[in-house]
Design a protein around this ligand. Sequence first.
Ligand code: GLU
Length: 465
Amino acid sequence: MGTGVITRFAPSPTGTLHLGGARTALFNWLYARNHNGKFILRIEDTDRERSTQESVDEIIASLKWLGMDWDEGPYFQTERTELYTSKVDKLLAQGDAYRCYCTKEELDKRREEMTAAGQKQMYDRKCRNLTDGDVSRPHVVRLKTPITGSTKFTDTLRGVVETPNSELDDFIIRRSDGGVMYNFVVVIDDAEMGVTHVIRGDDHIANTPKQVNLYRALGYAPPSFTHVSMILGPDKKRLSKRHGAESVIEYRTTGYLPDAMINILARMGWGYGDQELFKRDELIKLFSLENLTLSPAVFDKEKLLWLNMQHIKGTPDDVLAAMLLPLVAERHPNAKESDLATLIPLLKERSKTLVEMAQGTDFYFLNNPKPDDSAKKFLGEKNRPALDGVVQLISATPDLGHENLNAQFKELAAKLSIPMKDVAQPVRAALTGRTVSPGVFEMIAILGRDESVRRLNAAIANIKA
Ligand code: GLU
């Protein structure tokens, strides 16, 4: 049975799920699966103004697409208010938290004074020792952070991280409108859900000492913390739109396989020797926190494209067909999976994306292809002898196999004293209306003699006209 490892992905549904978020989810998922443990999905929607259902839906759709299944959840923090209230009450009762009645205006004014006096801006703990506690007045609740000493935690990658308590203030755990704060509820949820390993972005390092103080005050044992470095673009700047799509789900639309996505995400900040290509099962088997890297990871779009091509090659035809069909059906509504069974072997060795593969099926479905501008250049009077010759040879030969067609095309080219490509390109243009397509011989074999001859003759008739 399981080893007791419990991890979680805890996104705030305030926008799109970008590569960094998906990678955090992946590391948690891989760690849980590697240890035969449990992976929890928790939606951190306490910021009601910025959280949207659309974002929740996108996060869930992205995780499903990437094949990261969760064992528990999705939990929603907005549905756990009672639990949080009971913990606020507990901290107040035991004297580890207090009500603060300072108004925004007062705080602003004192902050200005602190700045003027060259002091660090933090809450001056004015209400820390109040005993009145008139709860009908508007107030926030703050945690009593130790004033002397330091707060420590061990980060898997960084070792002991120590923060002097003089740098930590009595931060707010519940706002005056009753809303609870991230640092507070994340601790309650992680502890109550039994999370053993927190793996998240290094933008949360500064939050961790605050959370450690909450673990202590609430009587919980802290989990193991791992903060992973951020993802940069090739220009070493923070990853953003100019480096490619930001939301993971967009990569589905543009024809990437979930396994290729997982592969590239894993390779950003984790490694296993020089190996680049990993199957999903391999990642699960090999993943470890020790092999995470501390230096920032770089997103390389070219590498993703290469990985996608490798994963397409390595995916069984029927699995590819299921993923490809919706993309083909967008272009050719009558397409069926049985059509794809014929086409996939032709396309899978040469396509970088599923979109490219879908484009590659056009020749099969478009009976009367209209040549595009570049194809037109190969369908002029000077190309007629080649096209005529190919019509004759296809009509005459009993064998439409690659080897035979190749030999016959060569012979024709020699007879016409033109290079082979001056035979093949006009034929490609006539059969598909394009200048880029699967192999000419393979297309002829799939279309069959009659259909190939019909399309070639139509192109010839067009030239004559
Ligand atoms: N909701 C937080 C975020 O999306 C979670 C941080 C954490 O993993 O603790 O950044």
